[in-house]
Design a protein. Sequence first.
Length: 88
Amino acid sequence: MTQPAVNLSIPFEALLEVVQLLSDEQKSTLRHALDQESKRPADSKADQSWSDLLTFIEEAAIDTGIEDLASQHDHYIHGTPKRKVQPE
């Protein structure tokens, strides 16, 4: 399945915070995936990139039991007050 091209702009510091939360085994898996990705020809990268990313995310996912972790990550990581979130 081909996913749409998406240009993500993630601040390095935010990405580094997430990577630091990974276990050593997960970091090793990420290193290996990035190494393999950098060696793949450009034309085949687009087709496989999304699949590889989704697989990695599923394997690295941790059930914290915190339902609002994504929307309130600043609160849980930095201790800031929770933001008011509009219901969907």
